[in-house]
Design a protein around this ligand. Sequence first.
Ligand code: GA4
Length: 335
Amino acid sequence: ALPKPAIKNISPFILNQGSAGLNPQSEIPLIDLSKLDAKHAIVKACEDFGFFKIVNHGVPLDFISNLESEAVGFFSLPSSEKEKAGPANPFGYGNKKIGPNGDVGWVEYLLLKTDPSSNLNELPTGFGNNPEKFRSAINDYISAVKKMGCEILELMADGLKIQQRNVLSKLLMDEQSDSVFRLNHYPPCPELNQASGDGATPPNMIGFGEHTDPQIISILRSNNISGLQISTRDGSWIPVPPDQTSFFINVGDSLQVMTNGRFKSVRHRVIASGSKSRLSMIYFGGPPLSERIVPLPALVKGTESLYKEFTWFEYKKSAYSSRLSDNRLALFQRI
Ligand code: GA4
């Protein structure tokens, strides 16, 4: 089914609150991977939002629940245990600090390489008595999600009428693919409950500040706790209703460049909750470090690239010297 048209805010009282009062669900494009027209719906969602929800994704639910319980186990360890896997630089366990340039959020996380042989090093030596179980849950999950990601990238290429179906997916399939995996835990934030008790302006606490993802695509799954919001083209924020059985896809900056701006990387953020723990797992599908990130030839016929040429290594280096909320593509735009 094609996504329903976006419903615009109609009341001045709900401006800037996205779809408050309306059904926000109807604004998020929904892609059923089992439907024949999925590729057209995916292209439209990438153009309109750079974001969509996937159902009938084929990822075994027990891979998801296994990893969730391992992650819950990890984040419930005492700080001293978790810190054995940190600090994140960028890989490992991090608490509140995001990236190397002073960004913070109400979040703790594990950032890991996706290379199956490297994960064990990042895990705390004392993780339960079975770090191997954690590692295998991560690897099962990653390989299933990566497979779905490649399927989606092939549908995109197809939907864009590009001959070579695997132009995008081959970058994730590459042995050298620079993909990363992140487990985020947003603990309840007690101050929020106190603050809202006085009936004053609703308090807002940033779990993970607004940003776009630098890679090609990101595949997110969370538990049933809300908090994720995406920014629409008109700059308003809309909440993404959580759905623990589905996946959410973000277009990353690299895919924006490879489609010469036709697909938009989506700005998103996470707002902390007063009372509940949000847990998310995100696979960031990136190309090999040496890959030149340039528009696909089929998409620049008769026009020019909107971007200066760069390799993924150069982009990543530049990203790691930026602040989370920066417009990282601006540096690479042609004027
Ligand atoms: C945002 C997307 C991914 O989570 C991430 C993040 C990375 C990090 O946490 O180490 C960055 C951030 C992300 C973009 C700008 C830089 C790098 C923190 C930061 C301030 C793993 C990624 O690839 O880029």
